[in-house]
Design a protein. Structure first.
Length: 484
C-alpha cells in the first residue's frame, strides 16, 4: 500500500486530496455543523439525489456502545456521487475522470498488508474478507470471500437495500386514527413506524382532537390496531434490552424511559403503551376517553380522522444504519414484506428481503435472512455479498440505494464508530462502515478512501472471537490499513 507522509511527532499525515475525498464521502463534523440549523435529517442529500435521478430518467446489534439518538447528517449528494462513481464508467467523461485517479491498490500489495492482520488472534480461527474497487467493481482481495458467515448487524445493510428497492427513498410510514361514522369510537392504527416518538404522537393527538371537535365529539372510546403485522411479537432471542417486541404500533420504541438510548428496558406491550399515552394526550386536549383502552381492528367502513408520517425512508435508513437501530431494522424488513405481498412476520420478511436482493443481482449463495436486525445467529451472508451490495449502492443506475452509503457510521465521528478510531488513526474520518457485534461474532463492512483517491468497499467477518475489544481493534486495523 506504500507509506503515507509523516506529520509532526511521527503521526501519519493524511494527504490533502485524500482528506477532501474522505470528507466528501463521510460528511465529517464540519459538514454536520454547517447544516445543523436545518435539522439533523435535512442535509439536502435527498433533494439533490431526487433531482439527479429525475435528470437521468430514473425512478426510484447488540453491544455496539453509545451512539447519538440522531446521528450527524449525511453529505450532500453531488460530492457523494463524485466520490463514489459507479461499478463502471458510464460516459467518456466519467472514464476520463476515473483514469485520472491513481490506480487502485495492487492485489499483491493488499495481500501483503491484510494477510498478517487477518491472522490476529482477536479475529478467531477463520475470519473472511473481501475488498473491491467501487469505481470499477473489480475484486482486489479475497479470503474465504464466498463463505457464509454470521453477519450480526452488518446484515442491516441488506435490510436497508431491500427496503429502498421495494419502497423507494421517498416512502413515508403512516400512523393513523380512524373513527366510526358517528365518531363515538376511534382506533389508533399502527403502520409500522418504529421511529414514532412522543412528539409525533402529540402531533397526531392535536390533529385528532381538532377533527373530533369539528364533528362535535367530546367523548370517545379508544382502540388500537396492530393487525398490519403477523406472527409472534418477540424476536427469537426473547425479551432483550436491545429490541422491543416487534409491533406495528409503538412509541419511543417501547422504552420504559423515553429519554433512554441504546440498550434499555422495554415494555412487553408496545402497542398498548402507545395507546395509553395517546389517550392521556387526548384528555389533555379536551377529549374524554371513556372506558378501557383496548386492542381491536379498525371497522371496515371507518372514516379517516388524522395521520402522521415518518421521515422519508432515506432518512429512516440512515438513522438505522448509523445508530444500528434494531427496532427500525425489523420494521423495515416488515415494510418490505408488506410492499411485496409477503406475510409481515419474521419468515415473510426474510423472503421479501431475499427477493429484493435477488432483483439487484447480488451473490446470494448460502445467504439467509432470519431477521432484519442481525440479532439472529441464523443469519448468513458472505463478505463477497456485502461488498457487492456496497458496489451496487454506489452504482449510478441505483440512486435509490445511496442512503446505504451515506448512512454508514464515520470512523471517529458518528454512530457506532464514534468512539472507535483515535484521531491519529489512519482510518479516522476516512473509514465509513457498519459494525456488527454479537458474543463471539464481530464484523465490519463499509467504504474507505485510499491515498490515491480510490473508494474501496470492504467486508471483514469473524466468529469465534475471544473478546469484543480485541476483535474490534483488529477489525479497525484492517480497515485503517486500506487508507494508508
Amino acid at each position: 500500500m506504500g507509506d503515507r507522509e509523516r506529520g509532526w511527532c511521527g503521526v501519519p499525515k493524511v494527504r490533502t486530496w485524500q482528506l477532501a475525498a474522505g470528507a466528501a464521502v463521510a460528511g465529517l463534523a464540519l459538514a454536520a455543523g454547517a447544516v445543523a440549523a436545518a435539522g439533523p435529517w435535512d442535509s439536502g442529500q435527498r433533494k439533490a439525489e431526487r433531482q439527479w435521478a429525475v435528470a437521468h430518467g430514473r425512478t426510484g446489534g447488540v453491544h455496539h456502545g453509545p451512539a447519538p439518538q440522531r446521528p450527524a447528517p449525511a453529505p450532500s449528494a453531488p460530492v457523494v456521487l463524485a466520490a463514489v462513481g459507479g461499478p463502471r464508467p458510464v460516459s467518456a467523461k466519467d472514464a476520463t475522470q476515473d483514469a485520472a485517479k491513481e490506480p487502485a491498490p495492487a492485489p499483491a500489495d493488499l495481500a501483503k498488508t491484510l494477510g498478517p492482520l487477518l491472522r490476529a488472534p482477536g479475529l478467531g480461527p477463520s475470519p473472511t474478507a473481501c475488498v473491491v474497487d467501487l469505481g470499477t467493481g473489480k475484486r482486489l482481495y479475497g479470503k474465504g470471500a464466498t463463505a457464509p458467515m454470521t453477519p450480526a448487524s452488518t446484515v442491516k445493510i441488506a435490510t436497508a437495500a431491500a427496503a429502498l428497492t421495494a419502497l423507494g427513498p421517498d416512502h413515508r410510514i403512516p400512523t393513523t386514527v380512524v373513527a366510526t361514522a358517528e365518531a363515538k369510537e376511534i382506533t389508533l392504527v399502527g403502520g409500522g413506524d418504529a421511529t414514532l416518538d412522543r412528539g409525533g404522537l402529540a402531533t397526531l393527538a392535536d390533529r385528532t382532537a381538532r377533527a373530533l371537535r369539528d364533528r362535535g365529539a367530546g367523548t370517545v372510546r379508544l382502540a388500537h390496531d396492530t393487525s398490519l403485522y403477523a406472527g409472534p411479537l418477540l424476536h427469537r432471542i426473547g425479551p432483550n434490552d436491545n429490541i422491543a417486541p416487534v409491533s406495528a404500533l409503538m412509541v419511543d420504541q417501547g422504552r420504559n424511559d423515553p429519554m433512554s438510548t441504546g440498550a434499555a428496558t422495554r415494555t412487553a406491550d408496545p402497542a398498548g403503551e402507545a395507546a395509553r399515552v395517546f389517550a392521556t394526550m387526548l384528555e389533555e386536549r379536551g377529549v374524554h376517553v371513556s372506558g378501557v383502552v383496548r386492542p381491536g381492528r379498525a371497522p371496515a367502513k371507518a372514516v379517516p380522522l388524522a395521520q402522521v408520517l415518518s421521515e422519508p425512508l432515506s432518512a429512516v435508513v440512515e438513522r438505522m444504519l448509523t445508530s444500528s437501530d434494531n427496532d427500525i431494522a425489523e420494521s423495515l424488513a416488515r415494510q418490505t414484506a408488506i410492499a411485496t405481498g409477503e406475510k409481515a412476520d419474521f419468515a415473510g420478511a426474510g423472503r421479501a428481503v431475499t427477493g429484493q436482493l435477488r432483483r439487484l443481482q447480488l451473490p446470494l449463495a448460502g445467504a439467509r435472512f432470519a431477521d432484519g436486525s442481525g440479532l439472529d445467529r441464523r443469519d448468513k451472508v458472505s463478505a463477497a455479498f456485502l461488498t457487492a451490495l456496497l458496489a451496487r449502492s454506489g452504482d449510478p443506475a441505483h440512486p435509490e440505494l445511496r442512503p446505504v452509503l451515506t448512512g454508514l457510521p464515520v470512523a471517529g465521528f458518528t454512530g457506532t464508530l464514534e468512539n472507535r478510531y483515535a484521531p491519529s488513526s489512519a482510518g479516522s474520518g476516512l473509514v465509513r462502515a457498519k459494525t456488527g457485534t454479537l458474543s463471539g461474532v464481530n464484523a465490519l463492512a463499509g467504504t474507505v478512501v485510499t491515498p490515491g483517491g480510490r473508494l474501496l468497499g470492504f467486508a471483514f467477518l469473524a466468529d469465534g472471537t475471544p473478546s469484543r475489544g480485541t476483535a474490534q481493534h483488529a477489525l479497525d486495523r484492517l480497515a485503517s490499513s486500506l487508507a494508508k
